[in-house]
Design a protein around this ligand. Structure first.
Ligand code: AHR
Length: 545
């Protein structure tokens, strides 16, 4: 059972986000804040050990908007039905792509979409997905339910989707069952304006001008569904492919290497070592390194997305918080070879993975999405922000109808998930400067899981507005906190909150929205100090100006 206790010295978690320049000052500030808090808590009779300091006049790293990227795989109804309905559908569409879904996704400012997989990428032959649709060959989607893929959504349709969303494409090429020539041709088809066979073919298929494509995955999970390779073998394969993927346009390719299993730092070392050996004479060989980590407390018993206990809640958060350790560990290996952080860590698959909804195809990975998922999203985004000097892109899995999605569709209907609302609320952090924060948080304990109640992130946007996002992971107890905003004369605070009465609150077809953003009135700002009451199980974003 949950036992969120009165704070004791053991139940307080202190996090100082590690900016060397301000570290010493921050430690001093934190001690003063803790001392003041203890005194004021005693005086006021309030038992809270939560304290946050935001250094609004500091910060040097930018939170890349590509942290807010998505993933759309040919999997279940992730593409077919969810994005693509075809031009003759009665569901309102533009050139076959659903208007409702595009409008919803534009609102959350999707920065990039990764496609066509995932595992599907390594059995996808792109030339089957171009030209007149009636002539496109069919294939079996062997990874995801063994269904027939008719290739009606191919390269042109995906690029149209990106145009409609106003986002950049991230193409994941086939290394497992493809060839170097096939992948090199795809790059030429998409990006070249020269006199060459693939440009001619693209023009014949109705697209005169090349597209702008820079993000390029060279295989996916090559330790597993991408070809069961060893790190050494893949490192050599990556080199072979990378060398022949040429830059045609003005934008050079940003080539992303597959990573190993989440904990496999030796894989990271192999790839980085090989990069180091060619760096200096081979330009643009490697730009990003992929990490996949799903929040799954037990792969043999994932559990329901909607029917869960408080113990499951805690297990989920304890598991999701490991993302920070993984980024730190892989980042440390990368630092050894690349202290200047030229290679980005690309977390191109992350999110909650639960059992499929009862009665749905087990191969389609269709799951509901609750307040728990929303708070998991907030926690992970806060972690990515904190490490934005190394983490340059992340892609939540997946955008529509698969795993932790933004929207769910059923025929003509669409539902916005609680996770969608976190992405909406957090869009203010895109391309903003990360602000150093000091966080002292109460802990909450359930069984063997102890987690910090608070997860915090702050940024300053290009207009000087400061945004502070705060999540309360405690499912039962509201958190009072004092948040000092240093280095600003701001006197006004506004905010939005996402919460609900139950842990498993979710939005469903034909029902009024149970979870959506509401104005937040639980924060007061006086002389640079915010007093905030965060409801239990909530996410809040404040703007101070
Ligand atoms: O997102 C579902 C699958 O999870 C992807 O296809 C694969 O890369 C990962 O194992």
């Amino acid at each position: 059972m949950h036992s969120s206790q009165e704070p004791s010295i053991q139940d307080v978690t202190v996090t100082i986000q590690n900016i060397p320049k301000v570290r010493t000052i921050m430690r001093k500030n934190l001690l003063i804040v803790i001392a003041l808090l203890c005194v004021s808590s005693v005086l006021l009779g309030q038992a809270t050990m939560n304290a946050v300091v935001v250094h609004a006049d500091a910060g040097k790293d930018t939170i890349s908007r590509f942290i807010y990227s998505q993933f759309a795989e040919h999997l279940g109804h992730g593409v077919y039905g969810g994005l693509w309905v075809g031009e003759n559908s009665s569901i309102p569409n533009t050139r076959g792509i659903r208007n409702d879904v595009v409008a919803a996704l534009k609102t959350i400012k999707v920065a990039a979409v990764r496609w066509p997989g995932g595992c599907f990428a390594d059995e996808y032959h792109w030339k089957d997905g171009i030209g007149p649709r009636e002539n496109r060959p069919k294939m079996v989607n062997s990874n995801w339910g063994g269904v027939t893929e008719d290739n009606s959504f191919g390269t042109h349709e995906f690029m149209d989707l990106c145009d409609q969303l106003g986002c950049e494409p991230v193409i994941c090429g086939n290394i497992g069952s493809g060839t170097v020539e096939e992948m090199a041709d795809w790059v030429q088809y998409l990006t070249s304006d020269g006199d060459n066979p693939m440009t001619a073919l693209r023009k014949k298929n109705g697209r005169e001008k090349p597209w702008k494509v820079r993000f390029w995955g060279v295989g996916n999970e090559t330790w597993g569904c991408g070809g069961i390779m060893t790190a050494d073998f893949y490192a050599n394969e990556f080199g072979r492919y990378s060398f022949f993927l040429k830059n045609y346009g003005r934008t050079p390719l940003y080539k992303i290497s597959s990573g190993g299993l989440p904990e496999d730092c030796a894989w990271t070392e192999t790839i980085m070592k090989k990069w180091k050996s060619v760096d200096g004479w081979l330009q643009g060989y490697l730009n990003g390194y992929s990490l996949h980590y799903y929040t799954v407390p037990d792969w043999n018993k994932k559990g329901s997305a909607t029917e869960f206990t408080e113990k499951d809640w805690f297990r989920t958060f304890a598991t999701t918080l490991k993302m920070e350790d993984l980024i730190t560990k892989h980042g440390a290996v990368m630092d050894t070879y690349d202290p200047q952080k030229r290679i980005g860590l690309v977390v191109d698959e992350w999110g909650d993975w639960f059992d499929v909804e009862p009665g749905t195809n087990p191969g389609f990975l269709y799951q509901q999405n609750t307040l728990r998922d929303a708070i998991v999203a907030a926690v992970n985004l806060n972690i990515f922000h904190k490490h934005c000097d190394r983490v340059k892109m992340t892609n939540i899995a997946q955008m529509v109808n698969v795993l932790q999605s933004m929207v769910l569709t059923r025929d003509k209907d669409m539902v916005l998930t609680p996770t969608y609302y976190v992405f909406k609320m957090y869009s203010v952090h895109q391309d903003a400067v990360l602000l150093p924060v000091e966080v002292q948080s109460e802990s909450c304990i359930s069984g063997k899981d102890t987690i910090s109640a608070l997860s915090v992130s702050a940024s300053r946007d290009k207009d000087g507005r400061i945004h502070i996002s705060l999540a309360n992971l405690d499912p039962e107890k509201a958190q009072n906190l004092r948040c000092e905003v240093k280095g600003t004369s701001a006197s006004n605070v506004t905010g939005e909150v996402l919460t609900a009465a139950t842990m498993n609150a979710h939005n469903d077809f034909g029902k009024p929205e149970a979870v959506s953003l509401k104005p937040f009135t639980g924060a007061q700002l006086q002389k640079g100090v915010l007093s905030v009451t965060l409801p239990a199980k909530s996410v809040v974003t404040l703007e101070v100006n």
